[in-house]
Design a protein. Sequence first.
Length: 255
Amino acid sequence: MLFRSEEAIKAIDNQDYATAIDILTNQVSSGFQARRDVKNYLASAYAGKCGLNFANLVNYISGTSTTNFFAIFMGAFAGGTLDIASCDSAQLIMESIGTASNRTSDENIFMSLVGIIKTGTNLAVKMDTAAPFGTIDGVPNDFCTNSATAGHLSDAEVKKIIVGLGVVLDNFSALTGVLNGGLTGVNSIAPTMTQCANAAKIIDPTVTTCQFTKESDITSAAVVKVYRSLLKTTTIGFGTAGDNCDMSTGTGCCP
């Protein structure tokens, strides 16, 4: 079994994530798969398949100074080979180890990066597929349309973006320790969650938070609607002078 584990690690190092996943899911026993270190290897393989390159991502975020975390996270993955489902798999495997308080600092750093790639890849694969990368292909109002077609986001996809940010915040203290700068955008996430909750509560008084780590927990359509509007803002989203959402007045926001 240890030989298989070494083969999987070598495959991960060579960015051959499919081989690593095959080894760790099909070629070892269930008892071996349950080991904590093996779960970490498997989650790393899935995250790599989703689009994560640890060093490149940390350097990219560290080199930014904007508050626009949506653009930062999307731009980090635009133009890459992305596999959205693998982000979900990486998250589930890390959650099977335990909550943030039960995971190690390194595991929480990794988990925070999983949140970033979940947000960034879901945006990039639908909204930023053509050069110049780092900007949306269409117009800001496209975020208001509930559609799985290219250039739009379905409600299910918006929920994945919401969960990605929730995972980042759930492991936030670990993340800040590895970023040499680039915190302007990341630090904007928490106050945005407060702004989102306040706005969503006006539409649906039952809303108490906009921070979620599971899509199934997002039951209010108001939360999804407000997130769509946030993506249209000029401060943290992709709004332009002629097409943007003003959260203070509701002007230009998604209906």
